[in-house]
Design a protein around this ligand. Sequence first.
Ligand code: ATP
Ligand code: MG
Length: 215
Amino acid sequence: MALTGLFGGTFNPIHNGHLRAAEEVMKYFPLDRILFIPSYIPPHKDQKEVVPACHRWRMVEIACQGHQKFIPSDLEVKSPGPSYSILTLRKLKELFPDDTFWFIVGSDAFLEIETWKDYNQLLRECSFIVVRRPGSELEKLDKVIDKIKPELLVEIDKREKTEVKDDRPGLYLLEINALDISSSEIRHRLRAGLPITGLVPPGVEDYIMKNRLYV
Ligand code: ATP
Ligand code: MG
């Protein structure tokens, strides 16, 4: 049995902020691995700026190299049509019936949870770790949490590794040492001819430059 984190996103492109968030989650939760799952067609995004899935996938693969517990997953990029978390979760449960799955989402993404397909069901079927940066949108987050699932909220004490005591899905809020980086900022910098060194892993930077992405 493995405890598996699921970190989905457009990853257009993946950046050091994503990796930092996953590292922080690993510090405080006893996860055996985190699957990075780029979405095929992002259901909540304006799609014109999104580069083809094959590029986003390759960059996720490169970014996961050197992190033993970060595993790229092509589950969504190889299945045509919109990528819905609930469908991804069900497929993963079939593929790995003994695993327990935890979704990892940034607080900005979690604020939109009510727009996710079958989100109520999803919250019942697996735990969520919501990562937030200090000072970020706590009030808005509280409001959403109040609406959707007040009884299972667990605050995280950063000094200790969280014990996972029972199988009931929970909602965990983790304040992380975030890096202030977004894919939009990286795309913007590339269009403007500005450097992105330090914002993405070196291999991802090389890949972007070689393939002239986002210019
Ligand atoms: P965009 O700027 O295009 O919206 P993004 O940087 O937000 O891109 P996504 O692929 O949309 O990247 O995000 C995937 C997941 O990673 C989401 O849950 C999002 O909240 C989270 N995330 C994005 N950037 C960070 C960051 N710097 N720190 C922590 N979590 C992040
Ligand atoms: Mg985003």
